[in-house]
Design a protein around this ligand. Structure first.
Ligand code: SF4
Ligand SMILES: [Zn+2]
Length: 322
């Protein structure tokens, strides 16, 4: 199995954007004046103090990259985001959310792609977020430049940029169609930190082309370590899931294996034990990781508590499995 992605055969498994798009299921119907989702949550800051966070999932033009594992395009627009729409969306969400100290403006792509977030909306956005002490946006490492610095300079609060690092596995990363190398990430991180901009990294557990669970855990830990070495303050671990058509195809071919809850627990424990920064795991819709209904809720609740408190808690024993 492992040999499949070594040597000339691997060339056959470089997927391009056209093939990735061809395998997609239907997109959702979205409204450019309404965010497709928003929520209020708690998250610790780098000193461990819990902060209230308003997260707005903005509806904007689809990301220019077409990563193999991405399903964020489902809630995006095919055309450029109309001017003024992002401001309407922020107003819509904030009028329905309680107060918070941190705001995440996640747009399923790149905040500094002006076709997704028009430049003419920046002033209105800056005004809407003036009472938040931190503003977190997502952006591809290759699109981090002077616009980030200019935006940060105009904020009353501090800017944090969340970048997908995914994995530093030498076979997997180039095949994700992310058009990103370790060097690209490091360069962006150096640039942002030299301008006082905080960073978080999205890191995958079980990205495609790492099919052995032990190997996958090790590469997730190596990727967390790499992110911290680049000056990232927070690593957010995302269990790689299906749902975008391409991942189902890769699973059928044996190039993607869904992660287990055990694996997520192990990378979380080991990531926190590094004590080099915050580690969070994405617990949204993680039912697919579990094969035991008896302990799932308790284990998920342990992960949520660890997210909030950044401490390793006693693992959950279950007599129904292992
Ligand atoms: S860069 Fe991010 S949003 Fe864009 S396709 Fe890749 S994973 Fe999706
Ligand atoms: Zn169990």
């Amino acid at each position: 199995m492992m040999k499949r992605f070594i040597g000339p055969i691997s060339i056959r498994y470089m997927h391009d954007s056209r093939e990735i798009e061809k395998n997609r299921p239907q997109r959702n119907i979205v409204d450019p004046n309404i965010p497709f989702h928003f929520l209020h949550e708690m998250e610790p800051d780098k000193d461990g103090n819990l902060q209230t966070v308003n997260t707005i999932f903005l509806t904007s033009k689809e990301c220019v990259f077409k990563c193999l594992m991405c399903d964020l395009w489902k809630n995006t627009l095919l055309e450029d985001t109309p001017e003024g729409a992002i401001i309407k969306q922020i107003d819509y969400a904030l009028s329905r959310l309680p107060e918070a100290s941190v705001i995440k403006l996640y747009n399923s792509g790149n905040f500094f792609d002006q076709k997704s977030i028009p430049l003419s909306d920046y002033a209105g956005i800056i005004d809407r977020v003036k009472n938040f002490k931190k503003v977190i946006v997502e952006n591809h490492a290759k699109l981090c430049g002077q616009a980030c610095v200019d935006f940060n300079d105009q904020l009353s609060g501090k800017l944090e940029i969340a970048m997908g690092l995914e994995t530093i596995h030498p076979d997997s990363l180039p095949k994700l169609n992310k058009q990103l190398s370790e060097e690209d990430f490091k360069k962006a991180a150096n640039f942002l930190s030299s301008h006082g901009i905080d960073m978080r990294a999205f890191i995958l557990l079980n990205p495609p082309f790492i099919i052995d669970e032990k190997e996958s855990i090790e590469w997730t830990i190596k990727t967390i370590q790499f992110a911290f070495d680049c000056g990232v303050g927070c690593c957010s671990i995302i269990p790689t899931r299906g749902g975008n058509g391409m991942m189902e195809k890769l699973q059928e071919q044996g190039y993607y294996v869904p992660p287990s809850l055990n694996a997520l627990e192990e990378v979380f424990d080991r990531g926190l034990a590094l004590k080099q920064g915050q580690v969070l795991v994405d617990t949204w819709d993680i039912g697919f990781l579990s094969n035991c209904t008896h302990c799932f809720e308790e284990r998920k609740s342990r992960l949520n508590q660890m997210n909030l408190n950044q401490k390793i808690y006693q693992s959950i024993a279950c007599s129904y499995h292992e």
